[in-house]
Design a protein. Structure first.
Length: 80
């Protein structure tokens, strides 16, 4: 599953959109950066505080956040 870096229009803000993002894409932005997944890509996006083992690191120094806190899974492509 290819992950591409997020390029937000406004620094640290996805509310205004991200450049070059296909409709239906998933964009994730954190303090350390972010990624975008195209809607036709099937796969998983793991998030948590264990930077080497997740695609999106959140709460890296917060022990209330699990090392692998969650998973977003895309099961079908665009139009299917």
């Amino acid at each position: 599953m290819p992950l591409t870096p997020v390029v937000p229009i406004a620094r640290w803000c996805l509310a205004l959109g991200a450049t070059r993002v296909a409709p239906g894409a998933l964009s994730v932005l954190t303090l350390a950066g972010g990624v975008t997944i195209d809607p036709c890509d099937r796969g998983q996006l793991r998030f948590g505080r264990n930077r080497p083992e997740v695609e999106v690191c959140v709460g890296e120094n917060d022990v209330m956040v699990s090392r692998r806190h969650g998973l977003l899974e895309h099961l079908t492509g665009a139009g299917g």
